[in-house]
Design a protein around this ligand. Sequence first.
Ligand code: ADP
Ligand code: MG
Length: 468
Amino acid sequence: MIQVSSHNKEFFESDTWNSIKKSLQEEYGMATYKNWFVNLDLVEVGTSEVMLSAPTKFIKEWVVNNYAKRIKELFQKEIPAIKSLDIIVKKGKQNTTDQIIIAGGVDVTGQNIDLFNYSEQNNVSLGSPLDRRFTFENFVVADSNKLAYSAAMSVANTDNSIAGLNPFFIYGGVGLGKTHLLHAIALKIKENNPSTNVVYLSAERFMYQFINALRNKDIISFKEFFRSIDVLLLDDIQFVCGKSSTQEEFLHTLNALTDLNKKVIVSGNKSPSDMEGMNESIRSRLGWGLVVDIGSPCFQLRRGILASKVSQMKNIEVPDEVLDFVATKITSNTRELEGALNKVVASSSLMNEEISLDGTKKILSDLLRANEKAITILDIQKIVADYFDIKVADMSSAQRSRRIARPRQVAMYMAKNLTPRSLAEIGRKFGGKDHTTVMHAVKRVDELINSDNEFKNDIECLNRMLGQ
Ligand code: ADP
Ligand code: MG
C-alpha cells in the first residue's frame, strides 16, 4: 500500500493513473486498450472517489458496463480508500455521472441493463458486493475446470463444512474463473439460506481493513466482525503473501472460523505449496482442506464461455461462425476473449451492421495479428481429433477402422493445405506413414468434399476452427 502525502498528491495521482492504464493494456491487449482506454482521462481523485472522463457518451457507457469494475479494483489496489468510480463525458451537454456500484448501465443498443445489481449488499460489512452474473449457471464446465466446479458446488451445497472440504482452496492463472466460482459459491449459499452471513472480499481488501482497524484502534471490532461470519471467501491470497502481520491476522481468523466449523474459501494464483512468501501455518492449514486447480481453457470451453456471455446480453445475436472464429483465434486468456467479443458487438452496433464473420475479421484484425501463430501439424491433429471425438494418439496409430482412419485422412489433408510441410514430412508426423498414404488421403478427402455435403460442412467447420 502506498502512503500519500499532500505535497506529492498530484504527481502520485497521475502516476497511479498511468500505471493503471498500463495494467489495462496488459490485461486486455492493445486493441481493446486503444478502443476504450486510451482516451480516458483522470479528472480527480477524492478521498473515496475517482472521477474519469471519456470523450463520448458511447465510450463512457461501454466502459461503465464492461470495464469500470476492473478499473475501480485497480484504483483500490493503489488507494484502498476508493469506494466509487464516476465517469463523465468530457465535452457537450451529457455531463452525467454514473455511480458504478449501483448504476444500471445502458447497453450498446441503448437499453437499460442491470449489470451492477448489487442490491444484496451486506449491511455492515467489511466485505465486497457480489456480482450477480457470476453464478454456477453461467459457469461453463470442461475438463480443465470440472473438478474445481464440482468441488465448489459441494462446498456451496453442504450444510456443515465437511472435514476434508474445509478450507477450500482454488488456484489457477489469470482469467480462469476463480473469482467467478467464489462469487457463485457465495450466491448459492445465500440462495440456499438467505440468513447466512457470507462475506466475500479480496485479500488486499482484507489487508486494507486490517490496517485501517489498527490505525483507528478498532481492532476488536475488526476481529469480532471476522469471527462472527458464517462463510468467508478470500480472493487472490497471493497479494498478502510476504505481508506478515496481515497474514498473522488472517491465520487467526482462519483458525477461529474453521474451529467453529465455518466455511472458509480461498483463491490464489498458485498452489499453497508453490506460493512464495506464504505463512507456513497458513500453508499447512490450507493443506488440510481441499485444494483444486483450474487449468487453461480448451477450444470447447472458450466457445462455451463466449456463448454464455452472448446469452447474457440482451437482444444481441452473434452467428455461430463468429463465435467459432473468436474462440479459435483468441487463446491467450479469458479476459481478452471477452474483450474481443465485446469489441465485435460494440463496433457492429456502432456501425449499425449485423455481426458477420467478415466484419469480425476486420474488427479484430489488430488483435488477431498479436495472437497469430503458424499452424502446426500437431494443432491440426488436436483440433481434428477433438472434433471427431478420437484420441490425438489415434492420429499416429495403424488402426484402419473408418471411425479412426477418416479423421486421420482429414488431418493429413488439412496438414497438406495449411502447412508448408511435404507429403513425406506429414507422413512422419502421423506415426511414420509413407508419403503415398498421405497422397491417397488428400485425394480421398477431395473426392468426399465434392460428393458428400455433410462431409463438406465438417471440413468448412474445421477450417474455421483453424482460423482459415
Ligand atoms: P480469475 O479470477 O481466475 O482471474 P475471473 O473469475 O475473473 O478469473 O474470470 C474472468 C472472466 O472470465 C469473467 O468474466 C468470468 O465470468 C469469465 N469466465 C472464466 N471462466 C469461465 C467459465 N468457465 N464460464 C463462464 N465464464 C467464465
Ligand atoms: Mg480473480
